[in-house]
Design a protein around this ligand. Structure first.
Ligand SMILES: O=C(CO)[C@@H](O)[C@H](O)COP(=O)(O)O
Ligand SMILES: [Co+2]
Length: 219
């Protein structure tokens, strides 16, 4: 049986009731907190920054998975460690020296992730795959929650799985954007290990039951 990890995206939480929504994730079958940091430059939106992550970290009792949608992320690697990040993911498209960025993240004692945009060919990760703990395949264009899932993602997951296996790497495959009960099983069958879900979880009548259902259908 596969233990697919579920990572609710806090971007879709009610920020006026953030502590309540964090406790909901703590009390659910979710495995990770997914935290989207946007700078208004790499993506056309600004989410939240350091003070909010600091507040989340004080209450979160599970792995904190930080997805940086910012240019020049090397500037903030040690800051995100101090703010409680366990996994720090940078965008392939935002890193001039990706290998150096990965080394810097690991030197801080965090797991190193690379997110990849829908238009970027997955084969570009071939030369760094053994240094990457997690690849976050964007199944929407980054910047906003609540977008529709891009169907080409299934093919990308299978291609990445093949690259990981051929290189003897232990990289996890995470899918981010438009994940629901309609595509979760097919994504896991293609090779996904972690599913991020924002609006599907927080927009549900019963988020705890929705997380449990995602967990159940992906085992
Ligand atoms: O990184 C991002 C968006 O840029 C995601 O993590 C979203 O927050 C996922 O939200 P849904 O598509 O599940 O609503
Ligand atoms: Co994200």
């Amino acid at each position: 049986m596969k233990n697919t990890l579920i990572a609710p995206s806090v971007l879709a939480a009610d920020f006026a009731n953030l502590q309540r929504d964090i406790e909901m994730i703590n009390n659910s079958e979710a495995d990770w907190f997914h935290i989207d940091i946007m700078d208004g430059v790499f993506v056309p939106n600004i989410s939240f920054g350091m003070p909010v992550l600091n507040a989340i970290s004080k209450h979160a009792k599970k792995t904190i998975d930080v997805h940086l949608m910012i240019i020049d992320p090397d500037r903030y690697i040690s800051t995100f460690k101090k703010l409680g990040a366990d996994i720090l993911t940078v965008h392939y498209e935002a890193c001039t020296h990706l290998h150096r960025s990965l080394q810097a993240i690991k030197a801080e004692g965090m797991k190193a992730g690379v997110a990849i945009n829908p238009h970027t060919n997955i084969s570009l990760l071939e030369d760094t795959i053994k240094d990457i703990d997690l690849v976050c395949i964007m199944s929407v264009n980054p910047g906003f929650g609540g977008q529709s899932f891009i169907e080409n993602t299934y093919k990308k997951v299978a291609q990445l799985k093949e690259i990981i296996t051929r290189n003897g790497a232990s990289t996890l495959i995470e899918i981010d954007g438009g994940v629901t009960n309609k595509n979760a099983k097919q994504l896991v069958d293609a090779g996904a290990d972690v599913l991020v879900a924002g609006s599907y979880v927080f927009g549900a009548q019963d988020p705890i039951a929705t997380i449990a259902d995602l967990k159940k259908i992906t085992q």
